[in-house]
Write a new protein. Structure first.
Length: 199
């Protein structure tokens, strides 16, 4: 049984927990404090408000605990706001530098709200190297605009307004996903994270 933790401080963590509960051989548990990470095999940081999640992580000590978990080699996946928090560089499409708390676990640069506001949300398919074509829902989504060092962009989207941008990046055991797989119901990214645990 693979135990998947879902950071449950803010955002759409319930949707992740629900979808994970449908996978065989997986037990999904909410994570709200560093002690909840004990016994966790892999962790998901959900979408939501990245500044709020980052601030709550700092207050609860989850920022240090998650960084330690990743350095131990346990897989960590951030979706949408979670992807923002994994990045070393973040700018907002409108306000520029954000100065927000970040985990800085990945050598990637992200542009927040890259596709526009809520009304510009959309659903499409994205091909991810090593995983295949996944159904992706973009809601006030960020874009990966640069990767360096050990990080590499493995999924792209050619958007009519902003051009070709990264949607998925991987660096060793850490995965940044700019869309919401928990909303589309596509389980392939979750299955990939579980496969990293079972290697």
């Amino acid at each position: 049984m693979v135990v998947v933790g879902v950071l449950s401080l803010q955002g759409d963590f319930l949707e992740h927990l629900q979808l994970l509960s449908e996978l065989s051989g997986v037990r999904a548990v909410p994570v709200k404090s560093p002690r909840d990470l004990v016994g966790i095999d892999t962790l998901i940081i959900p979408g939501g408000e990245s500044t709020a999640i980052g601030s709550l992580m700092r207050v609860t000590g989850m920022d240090v605990a998650i960084a330690d978990l990743a350095r131990e080699g346990k897989p960590v996946m951030g979706t949408c706001a979670g992807a923002v928090l994994l990045a070393k560089k973040v700018v907002d499409r409108v306000v520029g530098e954000t100065g927000q708390p970040l985990l800085e676990l990945m050598n990637i640069a992200i542009r927040r709200n890259a596709f526009g506001r809520q009304r510009e949300s959309f659903e499409t398919e994205v091909f991810v190297d090593g995983i295949g074509t996944v159904r992706a829902v973009f809601i006030r989504a960020p874009a990966i605009v640069e990767a360096w060092g050990d990080a590499r962009i493995v999924g792209y989207l050619d958007h009519p307004d902003i051009g070709k941008v990264g949607t998925v990046a991987i660096q060793n055991n850490v995965l940044a996903v700019t869309f919401h797989p928990e909303i589309s119901g596509d389980t392939r990214l979750y299955e990939y994270m579980v496969s990293l645990v079972r290697k």
